[in-house]
Design a protein around this ligand. Structure first.
Ligand SMILES: Nc1ncnc2c1ncn2[C@@H]1O[C@H](COP(=O)(O)OP(=O)(O)O)[C@@H](O)[C@H]1O
Ligand SMILES: Cc1ncsc1CCOP(=O)(O)O
Ligand SMILES: [Mg+2]
Length: 245
């Protein structure tokens, strides 16, 4: 955590959120086909600018214009593997942050191997649920995020835990994928990769809590989450944050 612990300096996530809104980072998403709309809408609500192509002819042009990249393996096929490799080449050359979400790698050994190979290419952060996380070995320089009821964000021997969120997040497909994209947006505006990743998880978790106040189930939770991401302010974050580390 920057310059002390959460109790000493609780305003840094709000400062990062304000920078996301002001700078409007471009986040290019190699996103699974199931949740592209939610992820694009979530990034837009937050204040970032999403793009989504996975065409091998175009992906490098999009990555060259991006401030950060998120690579999600949820609907992997031959062409997407190739597009991911091309996009990561650009991210590495331009030294922009990129986030790996090894979605469903616990279902498929070839996908788990591909995820492990991508980890050797040093993403800025890995974001995975517990089943996915348990299969992978995370290199030292990669921020490791294991999500669930409590999110654990580990880097350089230190772990920040964020206990915000709502059980309705597990009832809407794509909240995990959205979390990877939100992390990418925060990494684009702050060089402290550990703090930026934790701030992203906190902001999404607090937005989910605010959304749950008005939702009557998963259907109404999804649009309420977009509204909450757009409306979230420093007061909400300070009042609700459950951060340790
Ligand atoms: N029961 C829960 N209570 C609070 N937050 C949750 C809960 N389940 C999931 N989340 C949140 O939902 C998001 C997705 O996490 P997770 O369900 O672990 O990923 P995935 O959707 O990839 O399986 C994270 O932001 C996590 O904090
Ligand atoms: C259902 C499904 N199948 C392939 S990707 C995907 C979406 C996974 O979304 P999340 O892990 O964020 O709930
Ligand atoms: Mg997932």
């Amino acid at each position: 955590m920057p310059a002390g612990n959460w109790a000493d300096l609780p305003q840094w996530p709000t400062s990062m959120l304000e920078r996301v809104r002001k700078q409007a980072p471009r986040v290019h998403c190699l996103m699974n086909t199931v949740v592209q709309k939610l992820v694009a809408d979530g990034l837009s609500a937050l204040g970032a600018i999403p793009s989504m192509t996975s065409s091998t002819e175009e992906v490098q042009d999009f990555a060259r214009k991006a401030d950060a990249l998120v690579v999600n393996l949820g609907t992997l096929d031959k062409q997407r593997r190739e597009a991911i490799g091309l996009a990561v080449d650009v991210a590495a050359a331009r030294e922009i942050p990129w986030v790996l979400d090894p979605a469903h790698c616990d279902y498929s050994p070839p996908r788990a191997r591909f995820a492990q190979d991508l980890l050797q290419r040093q993403p800025t952060a890995l974001r995975a649920n517990a089943a996915e996380y348990g299969l992978l070995t995370v290199p030292d320089r990669v921020v490791a995020v294991e999500t669930g009821v409590v999110d654990h964000i580990s880097f350089a021997g230190q772990t920040i835990s964020v206990a915000n969120g709502d059980p309705l997040m597990a009832k809407v497909t794509g909240t995990g994928c959205l979390s990877g994209a939100v992390i990418a947006a925060f990494l684009a505006v702050d060089d402290d990769r550990h703090a930026a990743t934790a701030a992203a998880m906190l902001v999404l978790g607090v937005a989910a809590e605010k959304a749950a106040l008005s939702a009557s189930g998963p259907g109404s939770f999804e649009p309420a989450l977009l509204d909450a991401l757009a409306a979230l302010d420093g007061g909400d974050i300070l009042e609700r944050a459950k951060v340790t580390g």
